[in-house]
Write a protein that binds this ligand. Sequence first.
Ligand SMILES: C[S@@+](CC[C@H](N)C(=O)[O-])C[C@H]1O[C@@H](n2cnc3c(N)ncnc32)[C@H](O)[C@@H]1O
Length: 218
Amino acid sequence: MNSEEKRNSVKKDYDLIAEQFGQDYGTFIEDLDVYKAFEEKLPKGATILDLGAGAGRAYAYFNKKGYNYIGLDFSSKMRDEAFKIHSEFPYILDDMVNIKNHFESNSIDSVIAMYSLFHLPEENFRKVLVDVNDILKKDGVFLFSYQRGVGEEFTDEPYLGDKGKSALYMNYQTDDEIDSILKTLEFIEVYKKERIETVNGAINGNSAVSLYKIIRKG
Ligand SMILES: C[S@@+](CC[C@H](N)C(=O)[O-])C[C@H]1O[C@@H](n2cnc3c(N)ncnc32)[C@H](O)[C@@H]1O
């Protein structure tokens, strides 16, 4: 499978699980401390671009706080769920590898990518970080999560039952890999958190260590 095929398989998976994902995660803010830490770094009324916006839970939180939120996701079913739960809001339906088609260099205050970058093949992962760095204004902030590990795999997606066996594409990162990419992009780390997820709590049903970082464009 090439990178595009891997990403398309992720899109299909989320189209299939959108309804249940929306029910379980559409409003459930599980990372309140991380969201709050991010908010502390934002200018008042900042524009936030959310890559892999899913069923809109970050929209619910940040819109209420007066931020100018724009979601982006390539799953039309996730977008439909988001609109069903929260009513319509700015939401770009596209693959995040195409963000440069939507935003100019140095044009946006902040970017979020929570539980979404781990679905990008390595070459796309690196390019998206380069593009985020490009579209952010100077001193702009980027909140993202990644899953610690090595290499890639198709993991089980429990929402899909038997059909979910080895169905969901995941790409893991070591801390050193992340740090070396951030260094080349001249991002400065301003926040870091680590969370060990249990099998039941993990978004893809597998035990994992999630890392959350907020970085500032230098
Ligand atoms: C686990 S969900 C997380 C959703 C949301 N960030 C949250 O915290 O609830 C991952 C989302 O990323 C989206 N996604 C994955 N790869 C993507 C890509 N290449 N371009 C756009 N969206 C993508 C999926 O469609 C899905 O909605």
